[in-house]
Design a binder for this molecule. Structure first.
Ligand SMILES: [Zn+2]
Length: 90
């Protein structure tokens, strides 16, 4: 019965190889997927505070839309100054 045992061993080996290649294929399809392109500027991009003229990373800036334009500020104080300069459209 040596042959039967060897055949079973071979079958298990082939099955294991097949499962391994399927798992590898799935893993490869996950890692190969390209990252989606950023919709907006990266969080590290520098933006300018138009009130005091300072540059700061986008993720640290206070974002506001004034007069239909996206603007960035270093502090809420600057944001308020910009809002005071540009009254909201009626
Ligand atoms: Zn500022």
């Amino acid at each position: 019965m040596f042959a039967a045992g060897f055949l079973r061993f071979l079958l298990i080996l082939v099955l294991a190889y097949a499962i391994l290649s399927i798992v590898k294929g799935i893993a490869a399809s996950w890692t190969r997927r390209p990252a989606p392109p950023p919709r907006s500027a990266p969080p590290d991009a520098l933006v300018k505070d138009e009130v005091c003229g300072v540059y700061l990373p986008r993720r640290d800036a206070i974002r506001d839309v004034i007069d239909g334009r996206e603007r960035f500020f270093c502090s809420d104080d600057c944001r308020r100054k910009a809002r005071a300069k540009t009254p909201p459209a009626q």
